[in-house]
Ligand binder design. Sequence first.
Ligand code: IPM
Ligand code: MN
Length: 362
Amino acid sequence: MRSYRLAVIGGDGIGPDVTSAALAGVRAVAGRFGFEVETTDFDLGAERYLRTGEVLDDEALTALRKHDAILLGAVGDPRVAPGVLERGLIVALRIAFVQSVNLRPVRLYPGVTSPVSGVTADNCDLVIVRENTEGLYAGGGGLSHPGTPNAVALQNSVTTAAATTEAVEFAFRLAAARRGRLTLCHKTNILTHAGGLWQDVVDEVGARYPEVEHDYVHADAMCLHLPMDPGRFDVVVTDNLFGDIISDLGATVQGGLGLAASANHNPHGSAPSMYEPVHGSAPDIAGTGQANPAAAALSAAMCLAGLGERDAALALESAAASVLAELPALAGPGMARRPTSWATASRPVRPASRWPMRAVRC
Ligand code: IPM
Ligand code: MN
């Protein structure tokens, strides 16, 4: 029987709640589609950091690497200084496991109401492809003379042709398998060096995909066009920080952060890819059973697609989508609060989107 080893990092706040609900969904489809899932829980996140002073040690990295994929819940805790866990765990894993392509589908599922009027299931189905290892996330820089009027902060942004090409190649392949439209989102009018490199890579790779039309939108203008006319976009490829920002905007357009899924994809297959909801740890409702697990379940569906279990991925996505229409709390932005037990409920599986499969394996 086909069998997969999944590393599970529940993390902080509602992370363990939504992850266990998503895993219930994974186990249900595994049973139906004839494969096994063996999970290993990793104690990483705020509690462990507060207990041991360690965020991510070599032993954990080595053990994680032995898995076929990683499911991550959420990371972040008010008792820990900003950046320690975000940079020390999430960004460190993305970089260590060369997860250079971050996929963030923005799809309004049937029955969910977008807070933006005029957005419907028919005109909201796009994927943001975010370069995931560099830009301003690369981490270089420093703060001199802190706490004085002479304080100077430098935060370096790194753009390499290699990582940019990986993201852009992936985005073109994805666009070719979808509606054949790719949009580069950057800020070439101000970030002329990095933006110029991105545009060169898009032009060069685009020449090999004559069937894909490509255009360009500045990141600030994207904040206008994405909510006002999401139907104009199919695949949006962008740098790390712009992708972070516009994907929260995309989450709002699709009905809330409780619905936004993501894949941190290693396009070489040289280390496990990692799947996580876009939302944070919402510590105020942790353990209360109120967190909406849809984004975690949809991320787990992307994980199954990444493992090659396309039918199971579609079934899990369809099951999640069929429940969404029944959750009135999803009618607006934010982390809608519903019991986490739905993943185990028996629901009819209806065909839904086909993006995760194409997104991850193309
Ligand atoms: C996200 C989050 C992360 C990011 C943080 C938690 C490191 O906001 O996945 O969108 O900035 O990428
Ligand atoms: Mn974010």
